[in-house]
Ligand binder design. Structure first.
Ligand code: LRH
Ligand code: MN
Ligand code: MN
Length: 391
């Protein structure tokens, strides 16, 4: 069994080069359909969102990229936004399209029966590809909010065929260094059928498109009780896990801080990641957060989130794989389980603080943020912060 004092620094070498991408919308005001609470210091534009994200990176060394959501993060000059990010030590990550806030999309966007509406939804992605070119982003992330509410409302098959055609048009417009990341969700905003409800459907569309189409797994987009680590394993096995949208859920798409509701699930996911070396830079898996901080401090919420992911990965790296293999081969059910649980129960916080210190980072980024006065500074400076884009 490993104890905190016994975690040698080399056991955590797998953390070298590991990064997490933060979402711009986590820094904007958000809420439920009942109420959006505004927080003092909320960014007023994408430039200020990037400044907050850069602060998270400066204190943790873990979050060098920021995802944008278009049109929420629409600016006149994306080159300037790119330079602004670089000046602050971060860069623009994935570009998220938005098909859920236009009246034309009531009955669908990429799946709509009307050619005009489908063409408009495709054109939005071409616009996002231009944003990628200007910002240096290589990931176009598409979450399809299309679906139906009533049995018989539309042809389930017809919608898939129209979707395949629309996706092909988008995929063909990508530059060679670009990827298309396709996100699934089993419910909402429609409740009878969703057009990309699960990883199987996302995978089938990606396989039909080509190698640069990959699946996004948002941890909040599954039915309760789903074995998410199994899906992680299977998508890795197929070479199609492009990215995560990490968050926590108690009920549905709660978008709470990753690792807060179920740290053990996050650990189990990381065990599958480590077992296929998908945590290593160059694996092609982009570890993104997709969260909202409705009532808590947003910058601190993001710092807590990236630290939770780091902690889960650190524990997964401690799994004694030789002992695990041995127990598995011997058919030692509980022995194998114990090997995993030993790693999960190891307190890695001290070892991670040592690692940070050795890299010139604060031992405790949460405390350093509190002591920095940044929250008071932005509260005084920024008046009238904007909403993330939806409520
Ligand atoms: C949809 C989703 C998707 C969107 C984001 C704001 O529920 O997870 O990733 O882009 O929320
Ligand atoms: Mn998501
Ligand atoms: Mn979601």
């Amino acid at each position: 069994m490993t104890s905190p004092q016994e975690t040698p620094p080399e056991a955590l070498a797998g953390l070298d080069g590991f990064t997490i991408e933060v979402p711009s919308w986590a820094y904007g005001n958000s809420g439920t359909r009942f109420k959006v609470f505004t927080t003092p210091g909320t960014p007023r534009d994408p430039f200020e969102k990037i400044a907050d994200a850069a602060r998270v990176h400066a204190l943790t060394g873990l979050a060098p990229r920021v995802s944008l959501h278009v049109p929420w993060d629409r600016v006149d000059d994306y080159e300037r936004l790119r330079e602004h990010a670089a000046d602050l030590g971060v860069r623009i990550g994935g570009i998220n399209s938005n098909l859920f806030q236009d009246d034309d999309y009531r009955l669908g966007s990429l799946t709509h029966t009307d050619d005009r509406v489908r063409a408009k939804a495709v054109a939005h992605h071409l616009d996002c590809i231009d944003v990628m070119r200007a910002t240096g982003s290589t990931d176009l992330k598409l979450w399809l909010p299309d679906g139906t509410n009533y049995a018989g409302q539309d042809s389930l098959r017809g919608r898939q065929d129209r979707l395949a055609d629309s996706l092909r048009r988008i995929y063909e417009a990508l530059d060679p260094e670009h990827r298309l990341l396709v996100e699934y969700k089993f419910f909402e905003p429609y409740f009878y059928s969703m057009d990309i409800p699960d990883w199987g459907t996302a995978l089938l569309h990606c396989q039909a498109l080509g190698e640069r189409a990959q699946v996004v797994l948002d941890t909040g987009h599954h039915a309760p009780g789903t074995n998410i680590e199994f899906i992680v394993m299977q998508l890795l096995r197929a070479g199609r896990l492009g990215a995560f949208d990490l968050n926590s859920r108690y009920y549905a798409d709660d978008d709470l801080i990753v690792g807060s509701a179920d740290p053990f699930q996050l650990f189990r996911i990381m065990v599958e990641i480590v077992s296929q070396d998908a945590h290593l830079p160059g694996s092609g898996v982009n570890f993104m957060l997709d969260q909202c901080h409705n009532i808590e401090d947003k910058v601190a919420g993001q710092i807590r989130s990236v630290l939770n992911v780091e902690q889960a990965l650190a524990k997964a790296l401690l799994v004694d794989t030789a002992a695990l293999d041995e127990a598995r081969l011997a058919g030692d059910v509980l022995g194998a389980h114990d090997v995993l649980m030993d790693a999960f129960h190891t307190d890695v916080r001290g070892a991670l603080a040592d690692r940070r210190e050795a890299r010139g980072l604060p031992r405790d980024p949460m405390a350093a943020y509190r002591a920095s006065g940044y929250a008071a500074e932005i509260a005084a400076e920024r008046v009238g912060g904007t909403q993330a884009g939806w409520s």
